[in-house]
Design a protein around this ligand. Structure first.
Ligand SMILES: CC(C)(COP(=O)(O)OP(=O)(O)OC[C@H]1O[C@@H](n2cnc3c(N)ncnc32)[C@H](O)[C@@H]1OP(=O)(O)O)[C@@H](O)C(=O)NCCC(=O)NCCS
Length: 153
């Protein structure tokens, strides 16, 4: 098979099955089919995917909440990690949000998920508070937030 370049584009409802598949691969406790379908049906969302040979290998799902974008999922296929794909997708998502005058970004991350915490800190997110027992397994989450323009520490 010819390996083609990675294509970054906005996700649409037609991508739902691939999103569900990638989520299953990346999370111990996936949100599941119905929740993802609901997100993809929302009109006010900004979601971006990375594709190679037509296959989804990374994604960011964001839901618009007033003047904020709530990032509900960031995931990259295990074989494609540490190549800057999540960073690129997050930056693209933020730029699309900025074009709509959305200046605040929020996301929840498991307090034990050091790779995701590092990724977000590198992109300018800061830990704002702890949400106790946020996850199905009882783990707490950090609420991480960013204001546009706060790129790095
Ligand atoms: C977290 C995740 C999205 C990162 O994707 P990625 O494409 O590998 O991230 P990037 O290559 O853009 O990494 C950017 C920075 O994040 C940090 N980082 C990412 N993965 C890391 C790891 N395994 N260990 C330490 N730091 C890590 C590093 O600072 C990295 O920069 P560097 O490679 O120059 O050191 C990916 O590991 C993943 O899908 N994990 C499972 C799902 C998940 O936990 N999602 C986050 C929920 S909020």
């Amino acid at each position: 098979m010819v390996v083609r370049p990675i294509v970054i584009r906005m996700l649409t409802y037609e991508d739902t099955n691939q999103i569900i598949e990638l989520e299953r691969l990346c999370f111990e406790y996936p949100l599941g089919e119905r929740t993802i379908q609901t997100y993809m049906e929302m009109l006010d969302q900004i979601s971006v995917g990375a594709f190679q040979n037509g296959r989804l290998i990374g994604l960011v799902l964001g839901v618009v909440e007033n003047d904020s974008l709530h990032i509900v999922m960031v995931a990259v296929h295990p074989l494609y990690r540490r190549q800057g794909i999540a960073s690129t997708l997050m930056e693209k998502t933020e730029n699309l949000a900025l074009a709509r005058d959305i200046k605040y970004f929020t996301l929840e991350v498991d307090v034990f998920n050091s790779s995701a915490i590092k990724l977000c800190q590198k992109l300018g997110y800061r830990i704002t508070r702890i949400i106790e027992r946020y996850y199905e397994n009882g783990n707490d989450a950090f609420l991480m937030t960013k204001r546009a323009g706060q790129e790095f520490a």
